[in-house]
Ligand binder design. Sequence first.
Ligand SMILES: *[C@@H]1O[C@H](CO)[C@@H](O)[C@H](O)[C@H]1NC(C)=O
Ligand SMILES: *[C@@H]1O[C@H](CO)[C@@H](O)[C@H](O)[C@H]1NC(C)=O
Ligand SMILES: *[C@@H]1O[C@H](CO)[C@@H](O)[C@H](O)[C@H]1NC(C)=O
Ligand SMILES: *[C@@H]1O[C@H](CO)[C@@H](O)[C@H](O)[C@H]1NC(C)=O
Ligand SMILES: *[C@@H]1O[C@H](CO)[C@@H](O)[C@H](O)[C@H]1NC(C)=O
Ligand SMILES: *[C@@H]1O[C@H](CO)[C@@H](O)[C@H](O)[C@H]1NC(C)=O
Ligand SMILES: *[C@@H]1O[C@H](CO)[C@@H](O)[C@H](O)[C@H]1NC(C)=O
Ligand SMILES: *[C@@H]1O[C@H](CO)[C@@H](O)[C@H](O)[C@H]1NC(C)=O
Ligand SMILES: *[C@@H]1O[C@H](CO)[C@@H](O)[C@H](O)[C@H]1NC(C)=O
Ligand SMILES: *[C@@H]1O[C@H](CO)[C@@H](O)[C@H](O)[C@H]1NC(C)=O
Ligand SMILES: *[C@@H]1O[C@H](CO)[C@@H](O)[C@H](O)[C@H]1NC(C)=O
Length: 411
Amino acid sequence: MTRRRGGGMRAVEAFTLSLAVAFNFFEPAKAELKNCTCSAVYSFGDSLTDNGNGIATFPDQFIDSETNPNGFNFPHHAADRYCDGRLLVDYVAFGMGRKPNYAILRSIAADFTYGANFAVAGATARNNTEWVQETGFSSPFSLNVQVSWLERYKVRLQFYYAQVELNSTTRGVVYQSLPASDSLNTSLYFVYAGFQDYFFPMYYQTMTPTEALDIVDAVVDSIVAAIQRIYAFGARSIMIVNLPPMGCLPALLTLYADEDSEKYDTYGCLDSPNKVSNSHNTLLESRVADLRHNYTNATFYYADYYSVYRDVLKSPTLYGISESDTLTACCGYGGSYNFNASLFCTHSGIMNGGMVNLSYPCSNSTSYINWDGIHPTAQMNWITATLFLNGTHITPAGGFNCSADTSNWYN
Ligand SMILES: *[C@@H]1O[C@H](CO)[C@@H](O)[C@H](O)[C@H]1NC(C)=O
Ligand SMILES: *[C@@H]1O[C@H](CO)[C@@H](O)[C@H](O)[C@H]1NC(C)=O
Ligand SMILES: *[C@@H]1O[C@H](CO)[C@@H](O)[C@H](O)[C@H]1NC(C)=O
Ligand SMILES: *[C@@H]1O[C@H](CO)[C@@H](O)[C@H](O)[C@H]1NC(C)=O
Ligand SMILES: *[C@@H]1O[C@H](CO)[C@@H](O)[C@H](O)[C@H]1NC(C)=O
Ligand SMILES: *[C@@H]1O[C@H](CO)[C@@H](O)[C@H](O)[C@H]1NC(C)=O
Ligand SMILES: *[C@@H]1O[C@H](CO)[C@@H](O)[C@H](O)[C@H]1NC(C)=O
Ligand SMILES: *[C@@H]1O[C@H](CO)[C@@H](O)[C@H](O)[C@H]1NC(C)=O
Ligand SMILES: *[C@@H]1O[C@H](CO)[C@@H](O)[C@H](O)[C@H]1NC(C)=O
Ligand SMILES: *[C@@H]1O[C@H](CO)[C@@H](O)[C@H](O)[C@H]1NC(C)=O
Ligand SMILES: *[C@@H]1O[C@H](CO)[C@@H](O)[C@H](O)[C@H]1NC(C)=O
């Protein structure tokens, strides 16, 4: 498939150029705002946020995240993410003036100076009580487990600093650069969960979109319970991201393709999976309002990813997205949405009598919203982070009200 053979370097240049061009569409940060900052960033969720915990725990199951062309735009090789580049949390952490948010389970060559990422690919928001490895893209490390890791982390951090204070060098303490033990209430907590709960059962067709509506209460309850624990832990700044319109994802558009045009909205997305996202988001937003009411000394940021997605669908070119690429996967093969579940991004095989190799970067990935049929492109993550950090589609009004550090976004 010569069509997919984009030279690596050219793709990188195109990526940088496109970001630069698109950047003109965003107003520069107001000069009078203070610079965005926080002590550290701690993140929770699934493959939309994971940058290494999935593969650390089940290397075989999540090997695709470390296979080309994932990561070809950043850091120019596969880097434990289901994306061609940076994830939303990467942009947010950099925007806060912090460094990459390393996966907590990454024990080799990690840097935890500015926080840690607790998200795990395949993790549900609901407690996972019946995990079997063979069930596909899933993990036993659901949100409740991730929060217990955070609680354990605090114990270790405090113990570590107590040792440092005692100056126990001679007793073998390993000096490591970590956030100060009293910085937990000045850190940002990023919670982006629930996608795994709905998307994968619909994808594996063990749950219809209508049935998925039945689990909304339980999913949102789990997210709220996790946030309450994170608050009790000491968090005072918590960012909660809602779900994208799942009916716009190439994988579901392909699997639930319908002859009836009434099943689609004006953007060509399927109504029934979108209804699941809407139902989830409406309930989540109202529960976030309750959290604000109950815990007045913390700030709960509600980041409305669904609305960002809708804006991009409405005016794709304004964000550097091609009109024809809004619903198709960048890395995929065939059909109306460049997606076929029998040949997923990173894999190769015989399709329609010819060899197709999806290890090559697809050309022009920055013009797509979607990367592999499921996860967004780095371009979409960049658009989203830029809007959230400039106070668009995020509440309380004005969002973080600070000037984001974009110096690490483009290199
Ligand atoms: C944020 O960026 C969007 C997109 O360019 C723009 O429409 C909006 O006015 C900006 N908002 C602020 C507060 O700068
Ligand atoms: C944003 O910050 C500026 C100065 O840093 C301040 O004047 C303004 O009131 C803040 N806006 C909001 C909505 O908090
Ligand atoms: C923000 O950071 C930049 C770059 O480090 C620095 O030049 C600038 O003075 C800072 N602005 C404020 C308001 O602190
Ligand atoms: C989920 O697990 C946590 C412990 O990790 C427990 O406190 C909570 O009650 C469980 N939630 C449900 C709905 O079973
Ligand atoms: C620990 O004590 C040693 C010996 O007194 C001293 O040289 C060193 O600087 C101390 N380290 C810290 C981290 O305080
Ligand atoms: C954070 O907690 C420390 C104690 O660990 C306390 O001294 C400080 O005032 C707290 N800061 C905020 C912003 O709540
Ligand atoms: C808020 O507090 C009320 C009253 O204690 C409680 O019923 C509700 O579950 C709490 N909601 C959240 C989201 O914390
Ligand atoms: C924050 O609110 C909680 C519950 O309302 C209270 O227990 C706690 O003392 C408050 N903390 C601060 C720093 O005001
Ligand atoms: C890549 O996409 C951008 C944005 O849609 C478009 O302007 C550009 O012409 C495309 N480049 C190629 C080589 O297709
Ligand atoms: C996926 O590929 C297989 C094998 O080439 C083909 O039989 C099937 O029709 C394709 N599915 C779609 C939705 O295009
Ligand atoms: C697909 O392309 C990659 C990268 O060039 C190569 O390593 C791999 O062997 C190819 N796979 C097949 C089945 O040809």
